[in-house]
Design a protein. Structure first.
Length: 369
């Protein structure tokens, strides 16, 4: 095999597929990136058996063939090459020569046919959304997946297609994040749980442009994302997702409208008094025209008042400040509306059309703070 391509194209391709190279594996071939030049297109592939990524790069194929090269050393070499044309050539003994200007590397490869190809997915159905929307919806929900492996479903996100709306939801036992996206092309109703790791890696390689589309297709076991000459195939998490609709309520005794930026900045300031790992709640005292936020820790105490408009009862309630910050940071509205029942019931932050819903459970606190 012999190919010639531009360093910048090669680096970009290697960076994309590297996201699917496993950190630890008992199969050394999976620690490689496959360079496939057996057709008219140069394809790079990596696969950790849960997540697989293939991307096409521009370049010239002089001799067709394929080779698997250790991903770590290959990516370090290509990153540090001069900004010029790169030639990659292999011989019968799988020795691989990488040449760029006066730099020449000789490393040994592995046979390409031993590599675990991406599974061929018979697409049951598909939807298309802009890369911008996909990247945004991941950012707006991914923070509330659980990082514990004890409940696998909590480490993923629900992708539910129903009545031409894609609903994306995540939860970790303390909070729920839900976003809804209207679909332009109708897809049949479907539910699946996508691993959080897959979504985190995808959001790193999406261009995030509103004009560029991403096609999402799925089967019982896999989900496939296709965009910009890149294909990402991921296994789905097995099992039925939590019945989140039963956790949502439209009842409330207290409704608060508040300037989002003021609210966020105030909670942010309060967290200055909390040490890492300290579980101090922020106490919110909701009165008629005003909300008072208080926090007390070993370092000191703080309180601040914010103007609000309120319907319903006064309320004293405590929250983990991080959970409020996480939700408020990803809401773009100037004003947000909070719906509350009592000090033991969840708080809902949602807009009129429920294009987003953030549920946050309160925490117990000492009222004498």
């Amino acid at each position: 095999m012999k190919i010639v391509c531009n360093k910048s194209d090669l680096v970009k391709g290697v960076n994309i597929v590297s996201k699917a190279v496993p950190g630890k594996t008992t199969m050394p071939i999976l620690e490689c990136i496959l360079i496939d030049a057996t057709t008219d297109i140069i394809k790079l592939t990596a696969n950790d058996m849960e997540l697989g990524i293939q991307t096409e790069i521009a370049g010239e194929i002089i001799d067709r063939g394929m080779i698997a090269i250790d991903a770590k050393i290959f990516s370090e070499i290509v990153r540090k090459l001069p900004d010029n044309e790169v030639s990659i050539e292999t011989d019968d003994r799988l020795q691989t020569t990488i040449v760029c200007e006066k730099a020449k590397f000789d490393i040994s490869g592995k046979p390409g046919n031993e590599f675990a190809y991406l599974p061929i997915i018979e697409k049951d159905d598909s939807i298309a959304i802009s890369q911008f929307t996909l990247k945004e919806v991941i950012r707006q929900t991914i923070f509330s997946i659980a990082d514990t492996e004890s409940n696998k479903l909590m480490t993923g996100e629900l992708f539910e297609i129903k009545d031409n709306v894609l609903r994306v939801a995540s939860l970790d036992g303390h909070r729920i994040s839900i976003r809804k996206i209207e679909l332009k092309n109708p897809g049949s109703d479907y539910k699946m749980v996508v691993p959080g790791k897959t979504l985190i890696e995808i959001s790193k390689i999406l261009s995030g442009e509103a004009e560029s589309m991403a096609e999402i297709s799925y089967t019982n076991n896999h989900i496939v994302f296709e965009f910009d000459n890149t294909i990402v195939v991921s296994r789905l998490i097995e099992g039925d997702y939590f019945k989140i609709d039963q956790m949502l309520s439209s009842d409330y005794d207290t409704k608060v409208r508040i300037n989002k930026k003021e609210f966020l900045n105030c909670i942010d300031r309060a967290t200055l008094l909390i040490k890492e790992g300290d579980k101090k709640p922020i106490i919110i005292d909701i009165q008629d025209e005003m909300m008072e936020l208080k926090i007390k820790s070993q370092i000191g105490s703080m309180n601040e008042e914010i103007m609000i408009s309120k319907d319903g009862k006064d309320l004293l309630i405590g929250f983990n400040p991080k959970f409020l910050i996480d939700a408020l940071r990803v809401i773009d509205d100037e004003e947000v509306t909070l719906y509350l029942m009592n000090a033991k019931a969840p708080c809902f932050i949602k807009d009129e059309t429920e294009s987003y819903i953030y549920l946050i459970l309160p925490v117990n606190f000492n009222a004498n703070v």
